[in-house]
Design a protein around this ligand. Structure first.
Ligand code: FMN
Length: 167
């Protein structure tokens, strides 16, 4: 049984942080002992049975601190139960094609450790949080809006909890 859980996330504009919090809240409600932390603030993973690593996607890649985190704790992760999730606009619509594309972003993490579960979630685009340059580049090409599907995030967390209890 893997009851001590760390949800470690990387986020730029805050939407992935909020998804990480929702996953944490859901697991807490199921009697798991959960910490939710930015990957940059994690100094040790020794006290956890399972690590859920989540990242926003920018320019077709995981945020760099996500991969740094996984590499920093590579040896310890071998003995932990691991799950991954990403938050991105590719998953604005949940289709077979978008899933294949989004899953490819996870390659650097998959090379480090096989997870027991992968969550692929739609993200949020808020132009007011972008720098002037990105706003100009994205305007008219990248849709603004919140595409996070909270039901699917909660559903994934519930299914993950069952897997964790069986580990
Ligand atoms: C500069 C920039 C680049 C992005 N590049 C991608 C991308 O390549 N693929 C994708 O699916 N989403 C991309 N997105 C969308 C983000 O993944 C999405 O907005 C996510 O919710 C951001 O998470 P955050 O709020 O935690 O930073 C990009 C967003 C920004 C602002």
């Amino acid at each position: 049984m893997a009851k001590r859980v760390l949800v470690a996330y990387a986020s730029r504009a805050g939407s992935t942080a909020e998804v990480a919090e929702r996953i944490g809240e859901t697991l807490r409600g199921l009697e798991f002992n959960v910490d939710v932390k930015n990957v940059k603030k994690v100094t040790s993973i020794a006290q956890y049975d399972s690590i859920i690593i989540g990242s926003a996607i920018r320019m077709f890649k995981l945020l760099p601190e996500t991969i740094k985190f996984a590499n920093r704790f590579k040896e310890e992760l071998k003995n932990k139960i691991v799950a991954y999730f990403i938050v991105c606009l590719t998953m604005q619509e949940d289709t077979e094609k978008s899933r294949i594309q989004a899953q490819a972003y996870l390659k650097p993490l998959l090379e480090i450790k096989e997870p027991i579960s992968i969550g692929l979630f739609g993200g949020k685009m808020d132009y007011s949080k972008l720098s002037f340059i990105w706003r100009i580049l994205f305007k008219g090409k990248v849709p603004e809006g919140d595409f996070r599907d909270w039901e699917s995030i909660t559903d994934w967390s519930n299914k993950l909890s069952e897997r964790l209890l069986n580990e």
